[in-house]
Design a protein around this ligand. Structure first.
Ligand SMILES: [Zn+2]
Length: 497
């Protein structure tokens, strides 16, 4: 695959064999995937990243991106070779300072062969110099890079990184990020966290952003375009930076009327979930044609379409709820998506109650009663929905319904203790649906196996008697539709491939 370096590589392997034979005997390539059964090629094996330093330059007129990624990692096995996930064109790779061989493989793999094998448990610095037109690249027939009239945006789930930086693209490998982007004067570059500096020189402006807490790669975002920025500080003291494309047209007022409430909503959510976990807040609305929103860390992405019917605080509640449920505590595998979406949807129900537009109980009753038993909705198992149904509406609505069932089973005191305690228990880490059940059992002292199985894992509608057991309205009744129902449904984050 890379004949140029076969001879030096063989020599290097031979010398290592002489020096440390035990280690060399176990040297092998890192796996091309981290081991997620939903997405076997996502992430990689053999190392763990602690930091990404991305120094980029982007030309909005041509969608040309170039830059250098410096990746700090530690090996978790003896490595002859390892992969990054990436789609752009690579010019050079260095591993611990020495030029390394590289080759593209699979849908989005960049195979890197260091000059000498890497021993397990050692620090590794990988430098990747690259360039390319992100909008020209596809994997599996789709792109997560959104070209706009004034630039481009990388934001999608579960994958967006491949189009703008090389990495270990799975939530299980979180890292801190410095993202520094040079763009033509008059254009802004947005990313996560705090804006460390803005420097203009010779017609170009460099925006340097820092996300100083562990962040999953899909939660990293880059947006370049012509934006109006607003800044502020929440009542609890968190700095807020919001950004709105200058081309939002009729959506501009409603977008601002929603996202300017970010600080208020984050403070409100902290009453349920505990202190806001990061040192920056905000939201941004580029002029994309997508329909979804995404919980990019500290600074969610919102499609203009979310504001087509006026202000939409519900979607802001959803994305900010993810800062605790999804970003601070991330899925261990993509099958665990319920620990993100069930809770973000439930937060929208709590907000509806706060706004006097229907209580969480009323929304749960309606969610249960409004779908007949033969609705395919009930065949989706929110606790393990399968990759094809990862973002199915059932993960959200049946997922939130399961939380109301849990609340009624263990009582408000235990339930809200769980809601607030969980983000702390797994802060900056990963967890599974089973971990959540274990934590809820620990806090409540209840045995919850049957409840979780009924509401999250059975491919059928829970029976009327199961509903009655947890104080939900059984199927034969027809509760009124809460006023917020339609508005919440309009925020359903449709995952676009
Ligand atoms: Zn969500």
């Amino acid at each position: 695959m890379h004949p140029r370096l076969i001879a030096p590589g063989a020599l290097a392997a031979a010398s290592v064999l002489l020096a440390i034979p035990a280690s060399a005997a176990s040297v092998s390539p890192g796996a091309p995937g981290i081991g997620d059964p939903y997405y076997p090629a996502y992430g990689n094996g053999g190392y763990d990243v602690s930091h990404y330093d991305l120094r980029l330059k982007y030309q909005p007129a041509t969608d040309a991106l170039e830059g250098t990624a410096t990746i700090l990692a530690r090996t978790t096995q003896d490595l002859s070779r390892f992969d990054l996930d990436f789609l752009l064109d690579v010019d050079e790779v260095r591993v611990n300072g020495a030029r390394a061989a590289f080759a593209a493989s699979g849908e989005h793999e960049l195979e890197i062969t260091p000059r000498t094998p890497l021993a397990q448990g050692t620090a590794v610095t990988v430098v990747v110099r690259y360039h390319g037109i992100p909008s020209s690249k596809q994997a599996y027939g789709f792109t997560s890079w959104h070209r706009t009239p004034d630039g481009g945006v990388g934001a999608n789930e579960p994958e967006a990184a491949w189009w703008w930086f090389p990495g270990n693209d799975h939530p299980r490998d979180k890292a801190t990020f410095d993202v520094s982007v040079q763009v033509p004067d008059g254009t802004q570059a947005l990313s996560n966290g705090t804006l460390q500096s803005t420097v203009s020189r010779l017609g170009w402006t460099r925006y340097s952003w820092r996300s100083d807490k562990p962040q999953a790669t899909y939660l990293a975002t880059l947006a370049v375009g012509r934006f109006d920025l607003t800044t502020g500080t929440t009542e609890s003291g968190i700095p807020v930076v919001n950004a709105y494309s200058k081309d939002l047209g009729a959506q501009a007022g409603a977008a601002r009327a929603s996202i300017e409430r970010t600080g208020e909503i984050a403070d409100w959510l902290s009453g349920y979930f505990g202190p806001y976990p990061f040192n920056a807040l905000g939201g941004y609305v580029p002029n994309t044609t997508t329909g979804y929103a995404l919980e990019t860390q500290t600074r969610p992405y919102y499609s203009p379409r979310q504001f087509a019917n006026g202000s939409n605080t519900s979607v802001v509640v959803h994305e900010l709820a993810h800062q605790w449920y999804g970003d601070l505590v991330s899925v261990a595998g993509w099958k665990d998506i319920w620990i993100n979406e069930g809770f973000a949807r439930y937060a929208q129900w709590l907000w509806s109650e706060h706004e006097g537009e229907g209580t969480a109980q009323e929304l749960a009753d309606y969610a249960y009663a409004s779908r007949p038993a033969d609705d395919p909705f009930w065949t989706v198992r929110p606790g393990d929905p399968g990759p094809e149904n990862q973002f199915h509406i059932a993960v959200y609505d049946r997922g939130a319904l399961a939380l109301q069932a849990l609340r009624n089973e263990i009582g408000d005191d235990a339930f809200f203790t769980v809601l607030k305690g969980w983000p702390q228990r797994y802060a900056h880490g990963n967890a599974t649906v089973a971990d959540f059940r274990g934590y809820a059992e620990e806090v409540s002292g209840a045995s919850l196996g049957t409840l979780f199985d009924t509401w999250l894992f059975q491919p059928s509608k829970p029976t009327a008697s199961a509903a009655r057991t947890v104080s939900l309205v059984p199927a034969e009744a027809a509760p009124a539709r809460p006023r917020s129902w339609q508005r919440i449904a309009a925020t359903n984050g449709v995952h676009e491939h």
